[in-house]
Ligand binder design. Structure first.
Ligand code: NAD
Length: 258
């Protein structure tokens, strides 16, 4: 059976738990014919354990990567060459982090140091991860990241909001600079999912409740598959001239005012 990612080689960051959007992306990518390599933070052993639950667990290599660590970024290209070969067709950025004092209704008191960490790990890293891998993307490709709609100020989300706004702008500038190499850069704007990242946001249920009240389509907090499907679609050849775009996988909430 043929899949929409047949023959593609894809690096996927952000597999931490089975609830990770990246885990479902990895699962769907394998089902659709891709060869994948995972990056892991904070410990490869955690990601290796979860990777055993993928459809083809024996085909998956895991590389340690803290996106705020320049040494990790510098050695990434060589490790990918070693494990996956000399060509990469896709990169999934599924990474977000903000310190506790940058979340949960503390917006006016958050120190810049915490804001800087959120920006570094959640936004700048889209650029640094991609440029670390550019020498391997010799035949064009697709970079896909995950955002949470940064057009609005949400309850509790605090400095992750400006970090996501920076991620969205970074994606557009990457699209501008990488289009000449036939590399697309797009984001999926997902509705709330009860992952580790979400659980670390104090008051996350309050944020998620917005979807119960306003989403045109019913929304399942425990189902990361729709977001994963969106990522896989953008990795495929079915969006050949789409770049700098943000596609909402949010049950349609972005489209309604009340
Ligand atoms: P998750 O906790 O499973 O994934 C977050 C990932 O970020 C983890 O794998 C973690 O290891 C990684 N990470 C954190 N700091 C890192 C660092 N310094 N270096 C490398 N990796 C690091 O949660 P998720 O919900 O699957 O999040 C994936 C992406 O989706 C994030 O960008 C998140 O902001 C975004 N997103 C999540 C939701 C949601 O409600 N869960 C909604 C929209 C967008």
């Amino acid at each position: 059976m043929s899949g929409i990612l047949d023959g593609k080689r894809i690096l996927i960051s952000g597999v931490l738990m089975e609830s990770s959007i990246a885990f479902h992306t990895a699962r769907l990518a394998q089902e659709q014919g891709a060869e994948i390599i995972l990056t892991a933070f904070p410990r490869p052993t955690l990601t290796e354990r979860i990777a055993k639950k993928l459809p083809k667990p024996d085909d998956v290599k895991v590389i340690e990567l803290d996106v705020s660590n320049d040494e990790h970024l510098a050695r990434l290209e060589g490790l990918v060459r070693e494990h996956l070969g000399d060509r990469l067709d896709g990169v999934v950025h599924s990474i977000g982090f903000a310190p506790q004092d940058a979340l949960g209704g503390n917006f006016l008191n958050t120190p810049f140091e915490s804001v800087a960490t959120a920006m570094h790990v959640s936004a700048f890293s889209l650029k640094s991860l991609t440029t670390a891998l550019l020498p391997l993307m010799t035949e064009g490709g697709s970079v896909v990241g995950l955002t949470f709609d940064a057009q609005f100020a949400w309850p509790q989300y605090d400095w992750m909001g400006p970090a996501k706004a920076a991620l969205e702008a970074t994606s557009r500038y990457m699209a501008r600079d990488l289009g000449k190499d036939n590399i697309r850069c797009n984001l999926i704007s997902a509705g709330p999912i009860g992952s580790m990242a979400a659980k670390s946001i104090p008051g996350f249920p309050e944020l998620a409740a917005v979807w119960d009240e306003r989403s045109p389509m019913s929304w399942d907090l425990s189902d990361p598959e729709p977001a994963g499907r969106g990522v896989v679609a953008l990795l495929s050849d079915w969006f050949p001239k789409t770049t700098g775009e943000i596609i909402h996988v949010d049950g349609g909430l972005h489209a309604v005012g009340a």
